[in-house]
Design a protein around this ligand. Structure first.
Ligand code: NAP
Length: 245
């Protein structure tokens, strides 16, 4: 990752923050987007800079086109054109059955998890594509094991957005394969971050074959494998990082 520029959405906490710090430790210059938690973002930037690389951040909602455009512009101006996009920002609503979902809930999860990922991927393709004068690059989409489990009685809506991310990964990987851009997805299983409400982590972990949740750094390791030249012949892959399930 030495001297590469990596742009990570949702980089202030959880999997995104772990990816930012690990990338910095491997010599990448880091740009993070986050929604609103300035304090958490500042801590991530400090950790990255301690590793001796450039690190900058901009708050914004990935579901809003203007915010995505501002994020890519700030990354290019302050750090450089991104070589890697980690499409990581994602949200989850309260555990509930489909019969109780409001239209507002559905619009929000689709806007952030699908529209946001598409807008960021679109901007990444525009700057990375060799046919547009770019140098190529790697897009890593953070999907979820929920895409193949469906998450019944919990969040079928969220699971469906991750199914969409898997499909986008398949299609976009083929679309840009001759343009120097690789597109892959990681599918984390339950991972120890703030995204989970209440005691869900403790309840679900014993059902995992490895009987534990993953750590954000374990997910980050796989993201950075797909981001790096070590995976130069891998595109369109959906890699489960889910403790055996
Ligand atoms: P997290 O700890 O809740 O962190 C979410 C991050 O996304 C934060 O940096 C947050 O910013 C940012 N964010 C939220 N909404 C945003 C928006 N609209 N625009 C821009 N940034 C936004 O989440 P996580 O568990 O690390 O999850 C990261 C990704 O992994 C998600 O796509 C999630 O679906 C996926 N995933 C997680 C798990 C798991 O078990 N944790 C499993 C499978 C997949 P603020 O700090 O400003 O709020």
């Amino acid at each position: 990752m030495e001297n590469k520029t990596i742009l990570i959405t949702g980089g202030s906490r959880g999997i995104g923050a772990a990816t930012a710090i690990l990338a910095a430790e491997r010599g990448a210059n880091v740009f993070i987007n986050y929604r609103s938690n300035h304090e958490a973002a500042t801590k991530v930037l400090e950790s990255c800079r301690t590793a001796g690389v450039k690190a900058e951040a901009l708050a914004g909602n990935v579901g809003m086109e203007d915010d995505v455009l501002a994020m890519f512009e700030a990354c290019s101006n302050k750090i450089g054109t991104p070589d890697v996009l980690v499409n990581n920002a994602g949200i989850l609503h309260k555990l509930d059955r489909v019969e109780n979902y409001s239209a507002e809930r559905l619009h929000e999860v689709v806007t952030v998890n699908i529209v946001g990922a598409f807008l960021c991927a679109r901007e990444a393709v525009r700057v990375m594509s060799k046919s547009r004068g770019g140098s190529g690059g790697s897009i890593v989409n953070v999907s979820s094991a929920a895409a193949y489990l469906g998450s019944p009685n919990e969040y079928v809506d969220y699971a469906a957005t991750k199914g969409a991310i898997d499909t986008m990964t398949t299609g976009l990987a083929i679309e840009v394969a001759t343009e120097g851009i690789r597109v892959n997805a990681v599918r984390p299983g339950i991972t120890d971050t703030d995204i989970h409400e209440g005691d869900r982590l403790e309840r679900v972990s014993p059902k995992i074959p490895m009987q534990r949740a993953g750590t954000p750094t374990e997910i980050a390791e796989t993201i950075l494998f797909l981001a790096s030249d070590a995976s130069s012949y891998v595109s369109g892959a959906h890699l489960n990082v889910s403790g055996g399930r």
